[in-house]
Design a protein around this ligand. Structure first.
Ligand code: MTE
Length: 300
């Protein structure tokens, strides 16, 4: 299947892998402890000892493994990610359980590198391996009545200690409008920096929608349902006033508790000048048309 997205960003734009691995340490408390000044340059960061991998990948959000930042790295190793099947159902011509291996055999994932700007608290450019969600949806045959796509994460209590706690309603769910889902920028990622995606980052397959905030990136997906009604999303269910269905990167719409008008680039240090957050995270040219005529303050 055709690779429709043409990368604008090059290898030179990519956030060095060591900085990506360190991102939460750089964002979080360790910054104050002097680590930040020790690691502002990629060259220095790349000299990190390999045995620090556990430490530096220990900052994730994957609440099925616990709400502490290091819980996913500590517990996600026990997640069985092979074999993996995705149920595709709802308004499709060919519903069923799709084996990830079969899907990947049709996708030439290794040739498909998507260099995307991604925003959490800081901005990064991450090289994902994966394929366009549209290709998978086309495989299943989207019916004309479908308007939305609902996603569901695995719920396997024996491997996910965090689901004992009702911090969110389980399973974790997300949703996109069909046109957002079919956009070539919307991918299912199976790899990162040329390696399999680590379990704590959502192995074996997670969503990436680069013009939206990171929390839309649902991890370890087991079900994709085409529907005619807007599906619920986990963060919206938990805190509707703070997290809307769209969650587009939009400097004009503040989160109730913080401004989203500025961002920092990972690796540039706490005292670096913040940059203005770009509308749709810099992808306005590609995606603004999806929302023409919509009030994006009401549809945040
Ligand atoms: N997916 C599931 N299933 N469970 C989660 O708790 N957290 C979300 C998102 N996807 C989450 C999830 C949030 S809040 C963020 S910021 C991103 O994953 C973090 O992805 P990363 O750990 O790869 O940076």
């Amino acid at each position: 299947m055709a690779h429709r997205w043409k990368n604008r960003l090059t290898d030179k734009d990519v956030t060095p892998e060591a900085l990506w691995l360190n991102r939460r340490a750089l964002i979080g408390g360790m910054a104050g402890a002097g680590l930040l000044t020790a690691l502002p340059k990629a060259a220095k960061a790349e000299t990190l000892e390999p045995n620090r991998w556990e430490e530096i990948t220990a900052y994730n959000n994957f609440y099925e493994f616990g709400t502490d930042k290091d819980d996913p790295a500590r517990y996600a190793g026990q997640l069985t990610v092979k074999p993996w099947t995705v149920k595709i159902d709802g308004l499709v011509d060919r519903p069923g359980d799709y084996a990830l291996e079969d899907i990947l055999s049709k996708m030439t994932v290794e040739e498909r590198i998507y260099r995307f700007r991604c925003v959490e608290a800081w901005s990064m450019v991450i090289p994902w391996n994966g394929f366009e969600l549209a290709d998978l949806l086309e495989m299943a045959g989207v019916q004309s009545g479908a308007k939305y796509v609902a996603f569901e994460t695995l719920l396997r209590p024996e491997e996910m200690p965090g689901v004992r706690y009702p911090v969110l309603e389980w399973p974790y769910v997300e949703g996109l409008r069909l046109d957002e889902a079919m956009h070539p920028l919307t991918i299912l990622a199976t790899g990162i920096y040329g390696k399999d995606i680590p379990n704590q980052n959502g192995a074996p397959m997670r969503l990436v929608v680069p013009w939206k905030y990171g929390f839309k990136s649902i991890k370890s997906i087991v079900r994709i349902t085409l529907t005619d009604t807007q599906p619920p999303t986990s963060w919206n269910k938990a805190q509707a006033s703070e997290y809307g269905f769209y969650s587009n990167v939009n400097p004009e719409v503040s989160h109730p508790r913080w401004s989203q008008a500025y961002e920092r680039k990972v690796g540039e240090g706490l005292f670096a000048k913040k940059q203005e957050t770009l509308m749709f995270n810099g992808y306005a040219e590609e995606v603004a048309g999806l929302y023409s005529g919509m009030d994006l303050k009401a549809n945040f």
